[in-house]
Design a protein around this ligand. Structure first.
Ligand code: UN1
Length: 509
């Protein structure tokens, strides 16, 4: 650990933190992948793309580690994850800061991302003593029937830039206690946080005496992703990213009878009812729609406001949109940092043009803080009043755009709510128990996550995370999501001296 003072430039601070986290300087000194900080657009690292054969070699190493790891008792596997959680606790400030530098999250959200990793480690440690199966009544005398959950093998993890390390940890922590090994292909936009996380994992693995190669990191582009997706030694592929990516991954994994856990696009809505507490709505909407600069899968993108409260609420929201502090995410008071890159800014502008063409009135959305770097893109979050749920509203644009629409009939608003291809997260703001319960019922939200009086984003790790329809159907993180990382065996044991057959079949030889 170096005692030098924390340097000023983003590139120098990045190098300083990576050194503290145990990443050798050579790992980010040269290579085909140029990493830019969205804060200023400056280059903060260059990382080599893994050669074509590397993915297959990494899967081979992970598979060899799995063969040893699967025999380690699950609570002992939990010990590795506990030690990894300790590393994360000890380095939370540095890793959180690195998330801020590489992704542009505000400081509290960078730290929150690492906290989410710590939380899933804690969860997985407990889980390592609970990988339970059922015992099931059998129809045959002197028999017993039960389930055993076994490790499944190598789990492939493809992660996105917006939660560059937390989403990996949701998968890895569960996979590791389940007895699996992991191969990780992070987003090409965020290899530095991946290198740092891998270094912390290696430190924990060494302390735990875990088999070598249990977690492999392969930095590369599409070819690396495809090699992972197509490798028959990878029974489970967990992929987070766009629906377009999932459309490729899902069928390819299925074609070789692998399983995929897909966490794809969201188009999350909120319904504001006549009885809603508007103070709470303003705060809930502000965080859910503008937080993380609109770059969460769970970001609030559509808001349906009842006619009777529209004129009371929407001016307040516009005020919040106009006054929220946009800028350098390292600065105190800033709530909205940069977009990840220029392409993302262009996609946002083209969505706003389409919204205008469909009759929308756009407030905000323009470039902000162009003094912070020619290659950085900051925007004032956009609130767009839409006359209808036009086609553009049905798309996920990964930027801070909130489409606001009016409603008057609860039936109609439920239909509009569910009338998009995605099904990740959803919310209702109401004090009316009937409305709340209907929203959560079978006739209500069709999403994997449905909330009352909180926005759709910011889920805790204890619940299963994921969604329906084009969101991909996968579930990660809490509840019984661990089952996707294991294989189930049904066991029937005959402890008698006869051989009664099921369904009363007789077969006397
Ligand atoms: C994502 O955007 O990919 O619920 C994950 C949330 C976070 C995770 C988001 N806990 O917003």
């Amino acid at each position: 650990m170096t005692a030098a003072p924390r340097p000023d430039s983003i590139a120098a601070e990045t190098a300083y933190i990576l050194a503290r986290l145990g990443v050798p300087a050579a790992a980010f000194a040269e290579g085909a992948i140029t990493v830019r900080s969205p804060i200023s657009g400056e280059v903060i690292g260059r990382v080599a793309e893994a050669p074509a054969a590397e993915m297959s070699a990494a899967v081979g190493r992970a598979h060899a580690a799995y063969l040893a790891w699967r025999k380690v008792p699950a609570p002992k596997r939990g010990e590795l994850v506990r030690l990894f959680g300790e590393e994360l606790r000890a380095h939370k400030t540095d890793l959180g800061r690195l998330v801020t530098l590489e992704v542009g999250k505000i400081v509290s959200e960078g730290l929150g991302e690492v906290q989410e990793m710590i939380d899933i480690c804690d969860f997985a440690v407990g889980l390592s003593r609970q990988l339970y199966g059922l015992t099931i009544a059998t129809e045959r005398p002197s028999h017993r029937m039960m389930e055993t959950w076994h490790p499944v093998g190598v789990v492939g993890i493809i992660s996105a830039f917006n939660f560059p390390v937390a989403v990996w940890s949701w998968n890895a922590a569960l996979a590791l206690v389940a007895g699996d090994a992991c191969v990780w292909k992070p987003s090409e936009k965020t290899p530095l946080t991946a290198l740092a996380t891998q270094a912390l994992f290696e430190a924990a693995a060494k302390k735990a005496g875990a088999p070598e190669g249990l977690s492999q990191l392969v930095i590369g582009g599409r070819a690396a992703g495809e090699a992972l997706v197509d490798d028959p030694r990878v029974p489970v592929v967990s992929a987070t990213g766009s629906t377009a990516m999932g459309r490729q991954v899902g069928p390819r994994v299925a074609a070789r009878f692998g399983r995929s856990i897909l966490e794809l696009g969201g188009n999350n809505a909120g319904i504001v009812c006549p009885s809603a507490d508007l103070d709470l709505v303003v705060r809930g909407v502000a965080f859910a729609a503008m937080g993380t600069a609109g770059q969460r899968c769970t970001t609030l993108r559509r808001l349906f406001v009842h006619d009777s409260v529209y004129d009371a609420l929407v001016p307040r929201l516009k005020k919040a949109y106009g006054s929220v502090k946009v800028g350098d995410p390292r600065e105190a008071g800033v709530l909205v940092g940069p977009l990840i890159d220029i392409r993302s800014f262009e996609a946002m502008q083209s969505a706003l043009d389409r919204a205008r063409a469909a009759g929308g009135t756009v407030h905000g959305g323009e470039r902000a803080r162009d003094d912070l770097g020619a290659d950085a893109r900051y925007v004032r979050p956009a609130l767009v009043e839409m006359p209808t749920q036009a086609e553009i509203v049905c798309h996920e644009t990964f930027a801070p755009i909130l489409y606001v629409m009016r409603w008057s009939s609860f039936e109609d608003v439920l239909a509009l709510h569910n009338g998009v291809p995605q099904g990740l997260s959803s919310s209702i703001f109401t004090r009316d128990l009937g409305e709340a319960e209907r929203f959560l019922s079978v006739e209500g939200s069709d999403c994997g996550i449905a909330n009352v009086n909180i926005g759709p984003s910011g889920a805790e790790i204890g619940g299963a995370f994921g969604g329906e329809k084009e969101t991909g159907g996968g579930r990660e993180s809490g509840s019984d999501a661990w089952k996707a990382y294991m294989r189930r065996a049904t066991n029937t044991i005959n402890y008698g001296r006869d051989l009664p057959l099921a369904q009363g079949v007789t077969f006397d030889v």
